[in-house]
Design a protein. Structure first.
Length: 210
């Protein structure tokens, strides 16, 4: 039938035009978009014949060009952003998160939010121990990168911790005299130089063997 042939040709043309979208978008939505367009072609033909199909295309093409450009830009931004999130960059990301949450904790205490203060310090400490954990899986040949990150962490924490004490951390934590909370923070922090020392030792051993 001429009708079904025209609709089939329109669908094939539409599938070709979908190449303007990112591949990931086509994989996820291409078939459903083509099926919807086929149904729209059928309705347009029944409503207005060839003129109905032409009107449908005139409505559809500008929308495809607009949305495909938007999807391409979004995809490029996502790929540019996500390229930083790879195993090699995880320790650096955790370092940044640790220092960021540490800085934000001062804002929390400024607004007299002891609960927020505590949560941010805990988050900072957990980032520290997570950083140490990920560093332990890095090649020993990268010990110097580990050492640089650890130096930055220890240097900034040397500023943070006296400031936290001055802001009455123990009172905010409502901790007993022996302050297990403070010990927890210090343990998470010093996990990093311990891992650095281990990695440096592994590097020396491997260099001697080679």
């Amino acid at each position: 039938m001429p009708t079904s042939k025209l609709i089939s040709v329109s669908e094939k043309m539409y599938r070709r035009v979908l190449c303007l979208y990112p591949e990931s978008h086509r994989r996820a939505f291409g078939d459903s978009m083509a099926q919807l367009f086929r149904d729209q072609c059928r309705d347009a033909w029944q409503a207005g014949g060839n003129a109905g199909l032409i009107k449908l295309w005139l409505r559809t093409l500008p929308d495809i060009f607009k949305t495909s450009v938007k999807e391409q830009l979004t995809s490029n931004e996502r790929n540019s952003f996500m390229k930083y999130f790879n195993p090699k960059n995880v320790p650096t990301i955790l370092l940044i998160l640790s220092l960021t949450t540490g800085v934000l904790s001062f804002q929390a205490i400024k607004f007299e939010s002891h609960a927020g203060f505590m949560l941010l310090i805990i988050a900072s400490a957990l980032c520290n121990v997570a950083k140490a954990g990920t560093e332990s899986f890095r090649p020993s040949s990268e010990w110097y990168k580990n050492a640089i990150r650890t130096f930055i962490l220890m240097f900034v924490y040397a500023i943070f911790m006296p400031a936290w004490a001055k802001l009455k951390l123990q009172a905010a934590a409502d901790a007993p005299a022996h302050d297990p909370f403070g010990m927890f923070i210090i343990s998470c922090l010093f996990a990093n130089p311990v891992v650095t020392a281990i990695k440096f030792g592994q590097f020396l051993v491997q260099r001697k063997k080679s």
